[in-house]
Design a protein around this ligand. Structure first.
Ligand SMILES: *Cc1c(COP(=O)(O)O)cnc(C)c1O
Length: 458
């Protein structure tokens, strides 16, 4: 049989776009552990969760058994504005690396927010609107999630209050301005507008803030304002569910050309893009239908998987959010200010944590200078300026392809290119100036975070 020529870009037809999300938990034997009430340490009930999150999202959060969930028509229509996203064969990178491996990437940066986060933002905003709410609150670190949510809320005419980590608020004025252009109300965190924020400012005057603190502020406002709920851009089961569109599209595109991936690689912050990218492949692996080498890549400065503990922990520094059982560095862990802002969360998705603990995937970490080097190498041959977060996956894919060059293996490698780096040029500037620093926490530093993990006997 003549081998089919694989194009540079494989696009699905609109009509071929997945009409359902896939919930990997349905195929897991060991289900992720339930979220706990931080006061009683008992599993959170639907009623308790509904005070924080929209009703339908609570259903999705707690659903461990339904494998396929319909994508509502309104969300599907919104997806059509910027999806299907291309599956790209990285011919130029392969040529540069002189590897027999075949490298593919799924590019999620083709929308104004510049990342995959819009896939879940529109879903969460839609369910809030459907419930008749006035608005939603959230936090944002580097700004991608806040931007995506602002876009989704603007489309649905929903109020959007974003608490942006003060460091980023000051360092990334352009991100902030995109959010405001889409009508969001953006507040630097910690702020005087919440109790958590005021306490924080009193204890640490002049602090640049943290993601954990911004989460606490957003939750406080949501739970104390009539008609508002809180939404989160990663970590939660519901977010992974929405992001499964990435993996489902990638698989559908690959199937058109009979491509079978051997290795699937994604960067991991809270785990949502990785969870979404690997979802259908992990499903096959869990059901024993196929095998894949699944790789999570994280920064060496915030190594939740590679050096963290699998334990119940708070999702926020204010310790008002539910406890999740996950790979964590401890909610008191303060990551250094490295540039991959979206990968700075202290914990990891409970679902991915369980899958990792059960041996269904592996993890590796890289320091900052390595990932910028990979980013520049990629940008020069493939044309796209990648986000530093995405560049963790690029680096791991390049390393795997170089390993194949040594062994002669013709592996099919898929990685997630989660976004573009136009708002990360300060990081690129430091890299170009040669002033970038590689920070790796010591065991002693990590121990301090572990010592403060809550004591939970479950
Ligand atoms: C937020 C973000 C990430 C990391 O978040 P996950 O939930 O782990 O996917 C990765 N890449 C980009 C471009 C991001 O904006």
């Amino acid at each position: 049989m003549k081998e089919q020529v694989i194009p540079y870009k494989i696009y699905l037809e609109e009509s071929e776009m997945p009409k359902q999300w896939y919930n990997v938990r349905a195929d897991m034997t060991n289900k992720p552990a339930p979220l706990l009430n931080p006061e009683t340490l008992q599993p959170l009930t639907k009623a308790e969760l509904s005070q924080i999150f929209c009703d339908e999202l609570v259903e999705q959060e707690l659903d461990d058994t339904t494998a396929y969930i319909d994508i509502p028509k309104e969300i599907h229509d919104f997806y059509k504005m910027y999806r299907p996203s291309p599956l790209v064969r990285a011919y130029c990178l392969e040529e540069k690396l002189q590897t027999p491996a075949k490298i593919y990437y799924k590019f999620e940066g083709n929308n104004t927010s510049g990342s995959h986060k819009l896939n879940s933002a529109i879903a969460q905003a839609y369910y809030a609107k459907k419930q008749g709410l006035k608005g939603v609150t959230t936090e944002t670190g580097a700004g991608q999630w806040g931007t995506a949510l602002s876009m989704a809320c603007a489309y649905l005419n929903l109020d959007c209050k974003v608490f942006m980590v003060k460091n980023s608020y000051e360092l990334k004025p352009f991100r902030r301005e995109v959010m405001r252009t889409y009508g969001a109300n953006v507040t630097a965190s910690p702020s005087e507008t919440t109790k958590v924020g005021r306490d924080m400012l009193e204890r640490f005057p002049g602090t640049g803030g943290s993601l954990g603190c911004a989460i606490s502020e957003a939750v406080e406002v949501a739970t104390q304002t009539e008609g508002y709920r809180y939404v989160l851009g990663s970590v939660l089961n519901q977010v992974m569910l929405h992001q499964s569109i990435i993996g489902l599209e990638a698989k559908a595109a690959a199937d058109k050309y009979g491509i079978k991936f051997d290795t699937v690689i994604g960067c991991a912050g809270g785990g949502s893009n990785l969870g979404g990218l690997i979802a259908p492949f992990m499903g096959e692996k869990l059901r024993g239908e196929a095998d894949y080498d699944i790789v999570a890549v994280e920064p060496a400065s915030c190594p939740s998987f590679t050096r963290g503990k699998f334990a119940y922990d708070f999702c926020d520094t204010g310790m008002i959010c539910p406890l999740a059982k996950m790979y964590t560095l401890g909610s008191s862990f303060m990551p250094s200010s490295h540039h991959a802002g979206g990968l700075r969360f202290h914990g990891m998705s409970p679902t991915l944590s369980q899958l990792y603990d059960d041996g269904f995937m592996r993890a590796k970490s890289y320091v900052q200078s390595e990932i910028f080097e990979a980013a520049v190498e990629f940008a020069k041959v493939e044309g796209i300026l990648p986000a530093p977060e995405s560049s963790h996956a690029i680096k791991a894919a390049i390393d795997e392809a170089l390993r194949c060059r040594e062994t002669g293996e013709e592996k099919n490698i898929l990685f997630g290119l989660t976004g573009t780096g136009y708002f990360d040029l300060m990081g690129y500037e430091q890299y170009n100036n040669g002033t970038i620093t590689d920070y790796v926490p010591t065991d002693e530093e990590l121990q301090k975070g572990f010592d403060r993990l809550p004591k939970v006997n479950r």
